[in-house]
Ligand binder design. Structure first.
Ligand SMILES: [Zn+2]
Length: 273
């Protein structure tokens, strides 16, 4: 059985079914009825208010074959309406939430910067600004009653210092929550790890595993190449697995994977003690 998110399955198919945006739907319908639809429209607003829904209905109305001209309400049964609803119309391309489109830029971007310092910090800042879908938000993120401070955060993109993520008493649960909430994570200042910082190495391993499982895109700056980050200390013999994940996470195939949250199917993450 193919999988459809609820928002898609139960998305209104006609302007008359859209609730709470009458000023928008009426304006669009009037424009179509008068043959005065514009060449382009920008819908802006918070997540979940119906931007994509209205854009889809508008596309259906403009392409509907029930008349030989655009109609104020799509018929829902003609070939064009059916194709648009099924998401396989060649004329209507939906770039979901815009994030996938922005992520394409990542495949042309360096995502792992060494060494740490002003140059790699500037690269991460440019990447953050290219990925962010909106204005900066409060950097204090509440997880399980505790606060974790990001450097910057906007929409589904968050930027942290390594120390904030891995130097404190963080758990796998914290990382799971972050992986659910953010599609793109930037991490500044990953140090070389040693026996003295084995707890940080362990948390970093958890973090990478969980981000990897959720297809979260990771951009980082570090003091050394991944394979040199943790070569001597407890469980350092297992670190090559983390290294290979870090390397795979830079690949185009990984970048193309959609963010996997609880709302989408995936293998459950095994929690390791
Ligand atoms: Zn139609």
């Amino acid at each position: 059985m193919s999988y459809t998110v609820l928002a898609r399955k139960y998305r209104p198919q006609r302007f008359s079914e859209v609730i709470g945006q009458e000023h928008v739907t009426r304006t669009l319908q009037n424009a179509i009825a008068q043959g005065r639809s514009a060449h382009g429209y920008i819908f802006s607003g918070h997540r979940g208010i119906g931007k994509t829904t209205v854009a889809r209905i508008l596309a259906a109305a403009l392409n509907c074959r029930s008349k030989d001209h655009p109609v104020p309400e799509p018929c829902g049964v003609c070939e064009s309406c059916v194709e648009i609803r099924a998401g396989n119309s060649v004329d209507v391309i939906e770039i979901d939430a815009g994030i996938d489109y922005r992520l394409r830029a990542l495949t042309h971007m360096s995502t792992y910067h060494t060494p740490t310092g002003p140059t790699s910090e500037a690269a991460l800042r440019r990447a953050f600004e290219a990925m962010a879908s909106g204005p900066d938000e409060d950097v204090h993120i509440a997880i399980d009653g505790r606060t974790i401070a990001a450097k910057r955060r906007a929409g589904s993109v968050a930027w942290f210092d390594f120390a904030a993520l891995c130097a404190g008493p963080r758990s796998q649960r914290d990382y799971l929550e972050l992986a659910q909430r953010f599609a793109v994570l930037l991490v500044s200042g990953i140090p070389r790890l040693s026996a003295a910082t084995a707890d940080q190495a362990r948390r970093f391993t958890w973090l990478v595993d969980i981000l990897y499982d959720h297809h979260v895109k990771l951009l980082a700056s570090a003091d050394a190449a991944a394979e040199e980050l943790y070569v001597d200390g407890p469980n350092a013999q297992d670190f090559p697995r983390t290294v290979s994940r870090l390397i795979e996470m830079r690949m185009r195939d990984y970048m193309a994977l959609p963010h996997a949250t609880n709302e989408s199917p995936r293998e459950p993450t095994a929690l390791r003690a």
